[in-house]
Design a protein around this ligand. Structure first.
Ligand code: GLN
Length: 578
């Protein structure tokens, strides 16, 4: 018998209310009470997965260990819990329709008329139950806003869940907005009332209403919402704007959310142990100093495109007890004239990061950034594309291969330092065809990468950290597992030439064939990784590469200040030989 309890979270009034953070925080609270949980996201769009979507439109594509390209909310779920999610945790309308239409073509519906109810809704329910897979509690977040046409089949499917599983096993939570109207000097409940009415019209009665507001709702407002929306007063929960998303679980606990959830689901649970989250929250509040990291990429206009990266830098900052400020610089601004002027944008940055990306646009600007970081010995972290560009810049300016390039940007280059793998050459289908998900990597001794993974600046050993999967091998090397999302690889034809000049390939695949991490010899901190460490960082387990990067940036900043006493040495940096 299915003993799993189901919590469905819908959103109303407007989008961007933080449903993902609310779902994640509920996950944090329930895990802290000892439950075995999972979190699933249902996305109403027709794309089969978000992998082919432009990051400008939909934000970052989050990648799981099993190689699923998913919605960025899954990143929140992993950062707030101990979960390592899989492709089962993200379902889109596109995926549902794809399966149903394929089933129909294969004759599996035995000649019946195939309809939204029951065929589409059954397929949705089947996927939710598959994600449940014996867990105590499944939290299901429904993307979009109640009232959208697209989300109707999902809402109908979750409505049926209560009939299928019984009322003690299913809980609906609705997240809405309670705006404060300045001119009236009042908090307004009407949008919440309308949104709940909309939900009830399709047969879903929420038992708990989480109200996003800029202040804690006073009792009379809670009473009004309770009365009009047919819930208990104690089930109207404020989700006040917090300075840090990592304060949200604690804030929701103070409002009594987790107690209400277990009361309604009729389950017993110990009181939650949130001491680690309290530590994080206290650390955030006591940070005094800041450091600036420059991110040079082309998706900088939409912060959501680098969601996990931003969070990882915050985690790295927490581990070093410093605030990390990010300065976004559009690599396309670096193209063309007045480069000197533009590079000034990087002057206040104590570390430079070139993140992942696709396509030719903005590449020259990124290459100039790498060169600038290298000749000035500024701490540099290159992620995926940022690592590939590190090797191209080195090939061009140190090895003298002026036409070195990636096959991605020039298919006929005589020096494809970054090349396409043979099995990727004839791919016509763009979705899900890259090197995706977790791959192992072995790190050599006596390298920067080794020091980074072995211990952070506080001497804390990551070796024992299961979440990051770091293991010390008998031969003294370190094994790690990291997530990938790319099509191109370092070309081994150039390995010897690189090594002969002192370039270090510090992390490679266990068979030695794929380059995973590279670094520059005799540089304080200059490293590139072919994988995406940002997908495995969380506030409780900050990723070693980000801990190390922020530590190096702090050291760099202090060294400059030590030299200059007053401020961050601005004009001491060398400019590029153009
Ligand atoms: N465009 C590069 C590749 O496909 C890098 C991808 C990335 O940065 N995620 O290999």
């Amino acid at each position: 018998m299915d003993k799993t309890k189901y919590i469905f979270i819908t959103g109303g009034v407007v989008s961007s209310l933080g449903k993902g953070v609310a779902a994640s925080s509920i996950g944090t609270l329930l895990e802290a009470r000892g439950f075995n949980i999972t979190i699933q996201k249902l996305d109403p769009y027709i794309n089969v997965d978000p992998g082919t979507m432009n990051p400008f439109q939909h934000g970052e594509v989050f990648v799981t260990d099993d190689g699923a390209e998913t919605d960025l909310d899954l990143g929140h779920y992993e950062r707030f819990t101990s979960l390592s999610l899989t492709k089962k945790n993200n379902l889109t309308s596109g995926k549902v329709y794809d399966t149903v239409i394929n089933n129909e073509r294969r004759g599996l519906y035995l000649g019946k008329t195939v309809q939204v109810i029951p065929h589409i809704t059954d397929e949705i329910k089947k996927n939710i139950m598959e994600a449940a897979d014996g867990k105590d509690i499944v939290i299901v977040e429904i993307g979009g806003t109640v009232g959208d046409i697209e989300s109707l089949p999902f809402l109908e499917a979750i409505r049926q869940f209560k009939l299928d599983k019984g009322k003690d096993n299913v809980l609906y939570i609705h997240l809405t907005l309670v705006p404060f109207i300045k001119t009236a000097g009042e908090l307004k409940t009407k949008p919440t009332q309308h949104s709940v009415r909309e939900l009830r019209a399709i047969g879903i009665e929420p038992s708990i209403i989480i109200c996003r507001a800029d202040r804690i709702l006073p009792q009379d407002i809670k009473a009004k919402i309770a009365l009009f929306c047919n819930v208990e007063e104690g089930a109207v929960i404020t989700a006040k704007d917090e300075d840090s998303i990592y304060d949200v679980p604690l804030a929701l606990r103070r409002e009594g959310l987790d107690s209400k959830i277990i009361e309604y689901l009729n389950i017993w649970a110990r009181s939650p142990d949130l001491s680690e989250w309290e530590n994080i929250s206290n650390t955030i509040k006591t940070l005094k100093n800041s450091i600036t990291i420059g991110i040079v990429g082309k998706y900088v206009n939409l912060k959501e495109s680098y969601k996990s990266l931003n969070e990882s830098l915050i985690h790295g900052g927490l581990a070093n007890s410093i605030n990390v400020k990010v300065k976004y610089i559009n690599s396309e601004d670096f193209e063309g004239d007045c480069l000197e002027e533009k590079l000034k944008g990087l002057e206040g940055c104590s570390g430079i990061l070139v993140p992942g990306g696709f396509g030719l646009r903005g590449i020259n600007g990124m290459l100039q950034t790498v060169e600038y970081a290298r000749i000035n010995k500024i701490p540099y972290l290159g992620i995926c594309l940022g690592m590939q560009l590190l090797t191209i810049e080195y090939a061009r300016n140190v090895l003298g291969l002026r036409d070195a390039n990636s096959y991605e940007f020039n298919e006929t280059t005589p020096n494809p330092v970054i090349n396409i793998m043979d099995d990727q050459k004839n791919i016509g289908n763009m979705g899900g065809t890259m090197r995706l998900g977790a791959y192992p990597c072995v790190i050599s001794k006596n390298t920067l990468a080794y020091n980074i993974y072995f211990r952070n600046n506080k001497g804390y050993k990551y070796i024992t950290n299961d979440k990051n999967g770091v293991k010390l091998n008998l031969d003294g090397t370190i094994s790690i597992s990291e997530r990938h999302r790319h099509r191109f690889e370092f070309n081994n034809k150039y390995r010897e030439a690189f090594e002969a000049s002192g370039f270090i390939f510090s992390g490679v695949s266990p068979d030695g064939k794929l380059i995973e991490i590279c670094e520059l010899k005799d540089y304080p901190w200059f490293i590139g990784c072919q994988f995406h460490p940002e997908f495995k960082s969380s506030p409780l387990y900050p990723h070693p590469l980000f801990v190390g990067f922020v530590a190096a940036a702090v050291k760099y900043f202090n060294a400059l200040n030590g030299l200059e006493k007053s401020s961050h040495a601005k004009n001491k940096r060398k400019t590029l030989a153009l």
